[in-house]
Design a protein around this ligand. Structure first.
Ligand SMILES: Nc1nc2c(c(=O)[nH]1)N=C([C@H](O)[C@@H](O)CO)CN2
Length: 117
């Protein structure tokens, strides 16, 4: 399985369990790896034969910007669901970094893999 990836995708959103977090937008950073067979597109040189990472980015940015979840668990699972159902991606690995959420930690967040590789 080949991998098409999006790294360091920064999006501002309402996310968090505390009252003050419900009133502001915070940055999350996504690293997304998507399993996809690129052979057909490589042979044809045709964008319609591949997973358009611009379309994926636009969809995920729009979704996250308008979401208001409490837990990063819920947000990351929703993102995985969109990728798998709307883009027919058989396997996805997502890292969600809520940088700055823990004052003494550089990075904090979740990594999930969904689907079969
Ligand atoms: N496993 C989780 N732990 C915590 C979360 C979360 O979404 N998942 N969220 C918070 C707060 O919103 C935190 O990010 C604010 O500092 C705490 N723990």
């Amino acid at each position: 399985m080949d991998i098409i990836f999006l790294g360091g995708l920064e999006i501002d959103t309402v996310i968090g369990i505390y009252d003050w977090e419900r009133k502001i937008k915070q940055k999350i950073i996504l690293d997304i790896e998507m399993g996809f067979d690129i052979k057909k597109a490589a042979a044809s040189d045709d964008i319609t034969h591949t997973l358009d990472y611009k379309a994926v980015s636009d969809r995920i940015v729009d979704f996250v910007e308008h979401s208001e979840f409490y837990l990063v668990e819920r947000l990351i699972e929703e993102i995985a669901g969109i990728l798998r159902s709307e883009f027919a991606i058989p396997w996805v690995k997502i890292t969600l970094n809520k940088k700055g959420a823990i004052s003494r930690a550089q990075d904090v967040g979740i990594i999930i893999e969904r689907g079969e590789r």
